[in-house]
Design a protein around this ligand. Structure first.
Ligand code: HEM
Length: 463
């Protein structure tokens, strides 16, 4: 007998009264919702229609969930769109001029220089660190059997351990505790875009609370700079350097005569931390939560893991052996996409689906809405990993499912993140069983990433 499908928590779409018009009261409600949880802003109409044109305070917003229009927006005519001011306002203080905020020739040169870091050979090379750190997580959690464990915290720690091992190979100069503490405080402070940023106020306007965040960033930069300098000296004196991100970045672009400057190396190391740490941690925590609440799917994942070889010398092959687990992770990122918005500002006129776009229009793809759109998915709100398998999986439109974005600015770390999540899930689920715990149900809330309203806590048993 199969169990009833699990429908995980989500705010219901808003129902707007017919002929709702902009008014001071409507704007007040809008800002209240945006401050509380921007996921609640989406209406029944957004989940049922593929394109919308909205105007907020005189600024035009084109909301597009039509896969053909999205392809045109992110691929065919992507040159017509620049990054939004809010992206730069939120990320520049942390990542400087790193690739996430770079544009034009500068972006092209940086992307060319960084792409070799993520070749299949290098990503496979990072597999050993992913396995070792996941085994350490199993050991840590195993000391808490039959207890309720904060999985959000565990995954934040695990993904940070993995990323630091891949960035700096656990460099002796790195004070990992201080680094982790700085990062945690930074995400707390920077996790919510400042209301002035949402309103696109000029950058010189003081943002209350930003001072603390900037001091933390300065400390992180100092730590990364000192590690980078020591590594540079090591390489210059002919010392043997590990094949980690740092060495690869110091080497990047040398063959094309366009090496990265010292500041660019630091900016991009911090970019990888900002773009790759919290996203992966959140996705993993949601995946454990979904499986814990769906016993049939949990059993199927466990059976598959038990039957697999999982050769530690070939970590890149784990995904080929674990097709169901991979489908579980994909389904988790469909329901809870860590990056819930892809947006750009139009430079010139364009046509997106049935919408005419003027210069200055903000174009928004909400992956939250796209992945649950009534016209694109069957049972859109249910957790059902099998939709990613077989012919049904093959039939999914490339532009209806965008957890890592698409086009030239697609996530550069996507294959790294997928390999990391498969390895972490398989290593933990082989030894441990995660089950629901009594307590408050986590609701998805949009900050910079999609977060649970309360940490995800699960009961852990030995298998
Ligand atoms: C589950 C984990 C992850 C998710 C869901 C995710 C999602 C995304 C998305 C949606 C974008 C495109 C944004 C846009 O077009 O506006 C992006 C870009 C990016 N991601 Fe990821 N990411 C993840 C993990 C990582 C990791 C592990 C790294 C690095 C180690 C990374 C580094 C980057 C960088 C550098 C960019 C900017 C690329 C560019 O602009 O050329 N991400 N990511």
């Amino acid at each position: 007998m199969t169990q009833a499908a699990f429908r995980p928590p989500a705010p219901p779409p808003r129902v707007l009264p017919p002929n709702a018009r902009p008014s001071p009261g409507a704007y007040m409600r809008y800002f209240k919702i945006m401050a509380r949880n921007p996921l609640e802003i989406w209406t029944e109409g957004h989940f049922n229609k593929l394109t919308h044109l909205d105007s907020i305070f005189g600024r035009d917003y084109a909301i597009i969930h039509d896969p053909k229009a999205i392809r045109h927006f992110l691929v065919t005519n992507e040159k017509n769109y620049r990054l939004t001011n809010i992206r730069r306002a939120v990320f520049e203080p942390v990542t400087g001029q790193g690739i996430f905020v770079a544009e034009g020739e500068n972006w092209k040169r940086t992307r060319r220089a960084l792409t070799p870091v993520f070749t299949p050979r290098h990503v496979q090379g990072f597999g050993r660190a992913m396995i070792n750190k996941s085994v350490e997580a199993v050991d840590a959690i195993s000391s808490r059997l039959d207890e309720v464990v904060n999985i959000s915290d565990q995954m934040t720690q695990l993904t940070l351990n993995i990323l630091l091992a891949c960035l700096f190979s656990g460099d002796q100069k790195l004070d990992a505790k201080r680094f982790a503490n700085d990062l945690e405080r930074l995400f707390e402070k920077a996790g919510m875009p400042h209301p002035f940023d949402l309103m696109e106020a000029p950058r010189w306007m003081p943002r209350v609370g930003r001072g603390g965040a900037l001091r933390i960033v300065a400390d992180l930069r100092r730590q990364v700079a000192s590690i980078a300098l020591a590594r540079k000296r090591l390489v210059a004196t002919g010392g043997e350097a590990p094949e980690d991100f740092l060495t690869l970045l110091l080497r990047a672009g040398q063959d094309t005569g366009e090496p990265l400057s010292e500041d660019e190396v630091i900016d991009n190391l911090l970019t990888f931390l900002a773009a790759g740490h919290e996203t992966t941690a959140r996705s993993l925590a949601w995946t454990f939560y979904l499986l814990a609440n769906s016993p049939d799917n949990l059993r199927r994942a466990e059976t598959e893991i038990d039957a697999a070889t999982l050769n530690i010398n070939e970590p890149a092959k784990w995904g080929d052996e674990l097709l169901f687990l991979t489908a579980v992770i994909k389904e988790s990122m469909r329901l809870y996409p860590a990056a819930p918005i892809l947006s750009r500002t139009a430079i010139g006129k364009d046509k997106l689906g049935d919408l005419s776009i003027d210069a200055g229009t903000e174009v928004v793809v909400s992956t939250w809405v796209l992945h649950r759109h009534r016209k694109l998915w069957r049972d859109p709100d249910n957790f059902d990993p099998t939709r990613f398998l077989g012919d049904e999986g093959k039939a999914i439109d490339r532009f209806a499912y965008l957890p890592f974005g698409a086009g030239p600015r697609v996530c550069i770390g996507a294959s790294f993140a997928m390999q990391e999540m498969v390895i972490a899930m398989a290593t933990l689920l082989k030894e441990l069983r995660f089950l629901p715990a009594l307590g408050e149900e986590p609701q998805p809330v949009m900050r910079i990433t999609l977060q649970p309203s309360t940490p995800i806590k699960l009961r852990v048993e030995a298998r």
